[in-house]
Design a protein around this ligand. Sequence first.
Ligand SMILES: [Mg+2]
Length: 228
Amino acid sequence: MIRSSLFPIGVLALSVLTPVTAYAEQPSNVGDAIMTARAYHDSGDYQRDFDAVILQARQTLARDAAHTRKPAIVLDIDETTLSNWDEIRADDFGYIPNGPCDSLPKGPCGAVAWEQSGRAPAFVSTRALIEDAYNQHVAVFFVTGRHENERAATERNLRAAGIPRWDGLYLRPDDSHVRAGAYKTPTRASIEAKGYTIVESLGDQPSDLTGGHAEHTFLLPNPFYRVP
Ligand SMILES: [Mg+2]
């Protein structure tokens, strides 16, 4: 809450001579956060930080895959494998589930329409990690918070973005509204139950990675939104 400004004229002569201005400490400002997030992306810092994490994941896989039994990697999709920046920027960091997305680069861009369009590009560095996995005979699993009714569009998008194959694509049941960790952790356990060793798990949200069932975890930068 802001309190401010001069005492009313005539209340006290001394206050006119020495005006007192009082401000409460300011809470975080959403407008400032938007400018900071946009600058982080547009400066190239986002891509640089993202690529640095992926490089660590590639090095870890190169070190560990050959002497791991039935090795696998688990990747989240949004802001880990595919970039939704075009949608995020168009919506000024808001989440708009419904409505069309046919005015890019202007918004609004409905999230469902955007995902169904299958236009999200892959991160080049993540695609290189996946190609490493192919070359090292490491199984590739996607575990995403997207729902089953987006399976066809998601598969089409992955292929269009240069990711031709995977060993499993896990989406939420359409009626699932549990928190991400409550869905993703048991999904990784089910992959392990098939005999795989998950060398590493990658995601852009802490909820992608909590709960174990991976030998290493890699958290990618994402100041643009939060999935609890
Ligand atoms: Mg994500």
